[in-house]
Design a protein around this ligand. Structure first.
Ligand SMILES: [Zn+2]
Length: 240
């Protein structure tokens, strides 16, 4: 006779816990790394009393885990002031604010990102200035990458767009031959941006992440895996 796993959700001390009863010998507890949701897998015959006992026994551990997840997830609020570090092409550069009576500009000079801005500027203005500079850089780099790979992959990109995405590095519209690239890519090693461009361009030829797809990429970017791994290790939330 087989016992299918059953699941139910209960609230223990204000925390909702999904209980999964299945054919296992030992219970185990998992905390989802983004939602902090608790899942407790227990042997089939575990009683509700035993379940609450288990949770309270590990209460401190659970609370610490949740606290850790929440601090990791919380992006540090940027102030855009002199000395504060900002990422650009895989490096961290300190900002340097320079007051200029009329001209607003951003320049990368030696190891510093210099923001020239009028006196009494506000955080929002400094942020907007840096964002538009990041965008300019992307709009200079991306067309060259597309041009480089169009003949190699034998595909035409009709349009590319840059947007802030919270969960993905890129996306595409196969019918319109349009690709979207995540704004935050400008903060990473240029090769990562290059990989995402190649990845999305390859999708214009192959929709799925199948063997053919990765063969297309491999042919034009043999070291693609290094950059794919790098991207996988980055939590987008840390780039905000
Ligand atoms: Zn893909």
């Amino acid at each position: 006779m087989t016992h299918p796993a059953t699941s139910s959700t209960i609230i223990i001390s204000g925390l909702s816990v999904t209980i999964i009863k299945k054919r296992i010998k030992h219970s185990y507890l998992k905390i989802h790394t983004t939602s902090c949701h608790l899942r407790l897998s227990v042997p089939l015959k575990t009683s509700l009393h035993e379940i609450t006992e288990l949770v309270s026994k590990h209460w401190t551990w659970i609370q610490n885990k949740i606290k850790n997840i929440k601090t990791i997830q919380k992006p540090i609020e940027k102030k855009y002031i002199t000395g504060e570090k900002h990422a650009y092409q895989g490096m961290l550069y300190p900002l340097c604010l320079m007051i200029h009576p009329w001209q607003q500009s951003v320049t990368l000079s030696f190891d510093t990102i210099v923001l020239s801005i009028k006196e009494n500027n506000e955080l929002k203005e400094r942020q907007a200035l840096l964002i538009s500079w990041y965008r300019e850089q992307l709009y200079q780099i991306i067309p060259n990458l597309i041009q480089k790979y169009e003949p190699l992959l034998q595909v035409k990109v009709h349009e590319f767009r840059v947007k802030v995405m919270k969960t993905r590095w890129g996306s595409c519209n196969i019918t319109d031959k349009r690709i979207w690239l995540n704004f935050h890519l400008i903060k990473l090693d240029l090769k990562c941006l290059e990989y995402v461009v190649v990845h999305e361009m390859a999708h214009l030829l192959e929709r799925y992440h199948n063997k053919r797809f990765y063969k297309l990429i491999e042919k034009v970017m043999p070291d693609w895996k290094t950059y794919k791994d790098q991207l996988n290790q980055i939590h987008l939330i840390h780039l905000l």
